[in-house]
Ligand binder design. Structure first.
Ligand SMILES: [Zn+2]
Ligand SMILES: [Zn+2]
Length: 184
């Protein structure tokens, strides 16, 4: 039976999960990760954290270099990961500050990508349902295939009319290609 396993990497501090039979670190490829079963995690660690006074609990609220507590992560989640890292990572002789930082940067990039992706999905939906302009829409140039295109704004259409009169081609066109200059 396939079950998800949580693991902590003692080299780079990755806290992740996998279904692999032989779990390895997805960030630094360390082959000796520490499996932490969910039950142990929830019952022991979280119960311990909840029993702490507020000021002791806050010592575990170490912000990742990305995301926000209360918005992207709950306090208990952040504290749990920090607790696990203090226990299994920072004192391990294999711990590498360089790999820890590298992983944090990678996770930050992933996080940003995810957020952008979410915004794109919402914008696409609003465009479809309400007909709102979608700043993320990628339109491919029919001439050169570039996606570096933009919608010709009403303002620049107005300028065209003013400069070249009512017969300006631009009025009819909706898109402009920044790569080859084609308009359609
Ligand atoms: Zn690692
Ligand atoms: Zn083009």
């Amino acid at each position: 039976m396939d079950t998800w396993k949580n693991y902590i990497c003692p080299v780079c501090g990755a806290w992740s999960c996998t279904k692999d039979r032989f779990p390895t670190c997805e960030f630094c490829q360390n082959e000796d990760v520490i499996i932490i079963e969910d039950e142990k995690l929830h019952n022991e660690i979280q119960a311990y954290l909840k029993s702490l006074t507020r000021s002791d609990f806050e010592k575990y609220l170490v912000l990742p270099s990305y995301g926000e507590i209360g918005k992207d992560y709950t306090e208990l989640y952040v504290a749990t990961v920090e607790y696990i890292r203090q226990k299994y990572v920072f004192d391990d002789p294999r711990f590498s500050k360089t790999k820890f930082n590298e992983r944090e940067h990678q996770e930050c990039a992933r996080h940003q990508e995810y957020k952008t992706h979410k915004k794109e999905e919402i914008a696409a939906l609003r465009e479809e349902v309400y007909g709102e302009p979608n700043p993320y829409r990628k339109v491919t140039c029919p001439t050169c295939g570039s996606t570096n295109t933009e919608k010709i704004s009403a303002l620049s259409k107005g300028v065209s009319v003013g400069l070249f009169g009512i017969f300006s081609q631009k009025v009819k066109h909706q898109f402009h290609c920044n790569s080859c200059g084609y308009e359609w």
